[in-house]
Design a protein around this ligand. Structure first.
Ligand SMILES: [Zn+2]
Length: 140
């Protein structure tokens, strides 16, 4: 799924993906494993997926980014291709301190992929460019 995640995390997401395809839910033992690997982010990320807060944004040129509405209602942009989220927690805990693998938004992106539960939004290449430039005042 993503080369920047440790193998154990990737394997866990794959198991969740196949379990979810069969039963439309995540078995308890995989939920426990998820909490073990990702800590408190796991529960928050599952909430985000449940609330359909993850949107997969596609442009005609084939670029894909994810937008996640955080618990405060703020919109964050996540790139699963390079394992990046625009939120402060990612900048602080992941990039600067390296004490966590990812933030709840990126985990929500990976989980929504595994569970096939993201919304889809098609935008023009111009709109995609402003998303990539993190233009806060862009038109919606
Ligand atoms: Zn984030």
């Amino acid at each position: 799924m993503d080369a920047t995640l440790p193998a154990v995390a990737e394997e866990l997401l794959n198991e969740i993906s196949s379990a979810f395809k069969e039963t439309s839910q995540i078995p308890d033992e995989l939920l426990l494993a998820l909490k073990f690997v990702f800590g408190s982010s796991a529960v928050q990320a599952l909430d985000l997926v449940d609330q359909r807060s993850v949107t997969r944004v596609l442009s005609p040129s084939g670029r894909v980014v994810y937008q996640v509405v955080g618990s405060s209602g703020k919109l964050y942009t996540c790139f699963n291709s390079c394992h990046y989220c625009s939120c402060p927690a990612f900048a602080f805990s992941v990039l600067r301190k390296s004490d966590t693998l990812l933030c709840k938004h990126l985990l929500a992106v990976y989980l929504s992929q595994a569970m096939g539960m993201s919304q889809e939004l098609n935008v023009s290449d111009k709109q995609m460019t402003s998303i990539l430039l993190m233009d806060e005042d862009r038109e919606r």
